[in-house]
Design a protein around this ligand. Structure first.
Ligand SMILES: Nc1ncnc2c1ncn2[C@@H]1O[C@H](COP(=O)(O)OP(=O)(O)OP(=O)(O)O)[C@@H](O)[C@H]1O
Length: 353
């Protein structure tokens, strides 16, 4: 049994005091991430129950640590999305609070997805590295507080330094300057991310991180249409959004919501990327359409947005991401890397990156 499965099995022994189900089935345990002997996950809870759930969090951490091979466990409490998101009806703000540029940053591109797990972070990391390989000065902000994955994907670790206590020094690898909101949270501390906190944290990341002079800052957003997306588009001059989706109907429905949101926020949509487009067997090269095929092409056409590219589902892409060197860095000449590199070159040719 893998460590992940063993941790999940132990967590399933814990009852959610609210629903009476186990905390995994109740959907409380999210973004479970195993890296070597370190296990991280978040527990999505009703913020009103934070005190009561803190006890459950402690038990959950202990249960995860009981698994053989696990040394460190970090479980964070996060507030689950409350009510209908206010972002559906954004109110225009007075001009002085309108979208502002970030000093030294020429362009901001947001990478979004309607649904989690469709490969938004993988696309962001590869696109950032591919743009850097083309000679662009690239920053990557991992704004996915619920499941920060860029430190792992880009192979960086450690907490960013702040020599003066005001500015934050980003990390750098594969030619990309990177900062992750996940690196700012204290691993031992339970954090309930509420809307205003998220907004504050995002503003801090954009304004206080010493990005230096960048041609493009890529922002890897959390999935869905929430506070982070809203704040980013309302407070910062976002030049364009790219929406990543798999060809499945369920993912596409959510992708459409994301596109609607950006349209309402008047953020230009640069296009859609179909990820996990076809599965290419790493042994025999046989192609298979695991999640269907062509769904995103059709959707992009229906929504009148460009299709920027199709990325195959390939084991090497996943392995490269887990090993801290995205495929465009670890196997730059592979057809899988070429799929990302072509998108990067096209964006540069159009003056968008
Ligand atoms: N084209 C691909 N081929 C193979 N594996 C992929 C591909 N794209 C993504 N993956 C893998 O799928 C998993 C989910 O990808 P990723 O973390 O990029 O998704 P996400 O949309 O950012 O998810 P979330 O926002 O929920 O964190 C990862 O293990 C990643 O390595």
């Amino acid at each position: 049994m893998s460590i992940r499965d063993a941790v999940l099995a132990n967590l399933k022994q814990i009852t959610d005091p609210v629903s009476g189900q186990d905390i995994v089935s109740a959907g409380i345990v999210r973004a479970l991430n195993v890296e070597g002997d370190t296990v991280r996950f978040v527990m999505e809870i009703d913020p009103k129950l934070a005190e009561q759930m803190e006890a459950v969090r402690t038990v959950a951490e202990r249960a995860a640590r009981a698994v053989d091979g696990v040394e460190n466990v970090s479980a964070m409490l996060t507030a689950h999305a409350e009510k209908a998101p206010p972002e559906l009806k954004p109110k225009p703000k007075p001009s002085q609070t309108g979208p502002q540029p970030v000093a030294g940053v020429d362009r901001i591109i947001a990478i979004a997805s309607g649904k989690g797990g469709v490969g938004k972070s993988t696309v962001s990391a590869n696109l950032a590295c591919a743009l850097a390989a083309e000679g662009r000065r690239v920053g990557l902000l991992d704004a996915d507080v619920y499941g920060p994955s860029q430190p792992r994907m880009l192979g960086v670790s450690g907490r960013p330094a702040s020599p003066d206590g005001k500015t934050i020094l980003p990390l750098r690898n594969h030619g990309v300057t990177m900062m992750s909101m996940g690196l700012m949270t204290n691993e031992d501390q339970a954090v309930v991310w509420r809307g205003p906190m998220l907004m504050g944290a995002l503003q801090q990341m954009m304004g206080q991180v010493q990005w230096g002079a960048l041609d493009v800052l890529i922002v890897d957003l959390p999935p869905g249409t929430g506070d982070v997306q809203l704040t980013l588009s309302q407070k910062f001059a976002v030049d364009g959004a790219i929406v990543v989706s798999t060809p499945q109907d369920v993912a596409l429905i959510d992708a459409r919501k994301g596109i609607d949101m950006f349209r309402q926020l008047k953020t230009p949509i640069l296009g859609m990327i179909e990820n996990m487009s076809t599965h290419i067997c790493s042994n025999c090269g046989h192609e298979e359409h695991v999640f269907g095929h062509g769904g995103v092409v059709a959707e992009a056409e229906a929504l009148n947005v460009p299709l920027l590219g199709e990325i195959p589902l390939h084991l090497d892409i996943r392995v490269a991401a887990d090993d801290g060197a995205p495929i465009v860095v670890s196997k730059p000449d592979s057809p899988q890397a070429e799929a990302f590199r072509k998108i990067a070159r096209d964006l540069i040719a159009k003056g968008q990156a």
